[in-house]
Write a protein that binds this ligand. Structure first.
Ligand SMILES: *Cc1c(COP(=O)(O)O)cnc(C)c1O
Length: 387
């Protein structure tokens, strides 16, 4: 956590988002951290580093500002910023796993996470099995003596499943495994997994943290200093760091995270209610709806239900694809978490790589990333797209 935060003593999320890790620039007084677009640093005599900076793969002041900010927002002790969410995931798994180790992954993990385990880590001798993480007993049943890591995404992508973080942390820890939570969909404004017992939080900062569909980035946050040091060692040794401009863009996005998430959640709630009443929609997956099976858990561990809504369309795959094609204000595209609304068909787009596996998604599913435009405009576009 930054010195400035300690000086101010402020602990509220909105204030930390704007100030943690970000003192006025010592040289100029610039009120936001400059983009230190630099690779190397003058030493005052051999080994005489100014502020610990020697080479920007190891550390860069703009990235340091983001890393301190990320730690503060997740209530952790160490934050690390990467070139993408998957780079962060790769660093985590190569730091905590060795050949022969086993991982439990959720049955509706992000497609790229599944691919990382199934097509990359497996070749290095890491084994994995799939469990429904919404059911702590199913996670317990999937554990083996070699399980080192339990992986959870909540809310999950694209089915918006909810996992009780506290309950699964208990299951993982009882078996001597660590719990990782992918907090991309919620953001730390809505949910803080470390406080609920998670050991590691991962983010695709590409999504809500950046918030403007203009940067790709990732992050890890932990509250164990030893693990934090091991991750920092691997971050430097493997090198998939966030560059200075990308770190700056994510920091800039984070300043408005709280107000954006409030609006995303409010708009998504309106969208979910409208879809629930629509005759061409067979089911709506949104944890804010009282009939969602994870609603109570979500209400307990989140301060809002977020901006992601999925729904199934009567008429099957072609009907779902047609809805995506007819949308106009909702832009047809992958990714999520930006201020603009997006629509996609997970089966053919984001989750195509999970086809034929236990993670295959229903073919009549449509996923929305509900933006912060006027809710009435969003409802009108969906109404016309449903025909
Ligand atoms: C996008 C995403 C990732 C991967 O992040 P990248 O920045 O695309 O590498 C991981 N988890 C979730 C839930 C995501 O949505």
């Amino acid at each position: 956590m930054s010195d400035q935060h300690q000086q101010h003593g402020a602990t509220s999320f909105e204030t930390l988002a704007i100030h943690a890790g970000q003192e006025a620039d010592a040289a100029t007084g610039a009120v936001v951290p400059p983009i230190y677009q630099v690779s190397t640093y003058k030493q005052d005599g051999v080994g005489g580093l100014r502020g610990g900076y020697e080479y920007s793969r190891s550390a860069n002041p703009t990235r340091t500002a983001l890393e301190e900010n990320l730690a503060a927002l997740e209530g952790g002790r160490r934050g690390l910023a990467f070139a993408s969410g998957l780079a962060a995931e790769d660093c985590l798994l190569r730091t905590v796993l060795s050949p022969g180790d086993h991982v439990v992954i959720p049955n509706d993990a992000y497609g790229g996470t599944f691919r990382l385990f199934a097509k990359v880590a497996e070749r290095w001798g890491v084994t994995w099995s799939v469990a429904d993480s919404a059911d702590p007993a199913a996670v317990r049943a999937a554990l083996t003596p070699r399980t080192k890591l339990v992986w959870v995404e909540t809310p999950s992508n694209p089915l918006l499943g909810i996992t009780d973080i506290e309950a699964v942390a208990g299951v993982a820890h009882a078996a001597g495994a660590r719990l990782l939570v992918d907090n991309t969909f919620a953001s730390p404004y809505l949910q803080q997994p470390l406080a609920l017992g998670a050991d590691v939080v991962v983010h695709s900062t590409t999504k809500y943290m950046g918030g403007h569909s203009d940067v790709v980035g990732g992050a890890l946050v932990v509250n164990d200093d030893t693990l934090g040091e091991e991750l920092a060692f691997h971050q430097n040794a493997m090198g998939a760091i966030a560059g200075p401009f990308d770190a700056w863009l994510v920091l800039r996005g984070i300043k408005t995270l709280a107000v954006r998430m409030d609006r995303h959640s409010a708009n998504a709630e309106r969208v979910a209610q409208m879809l629930s009443a629509h005759p061409k929609v067979t089911s709506v997956l949104y944890p804010g709806l009282p009939e969602h099976p994870g609603h109570e858990t979500a209400a307990k561990q989140m301060r809002g239900f977020g901006g992601m809504v999925s729904f199934r369309v009567a008429g099957g795959e072609q009907a779902a694809v047609d809805v995506c094609d007819r949308a106009r204000l909702f832009t047809l595209g992958e990714s999520l978490g930006g201020v603009e609304s997006l629509i996609e068909h997970p089966g053919r787009m984001t989750h195509a790589s999970a086809a034929g596996s236990a993670l295959e998604v229903p073919s009549d599913l449509v996923r929305l990333s509900v933006g912060i435009e006027a809710a009435d405009d969003l409802l009108a576009d969906l109404t016309q797209a449903l025909g």
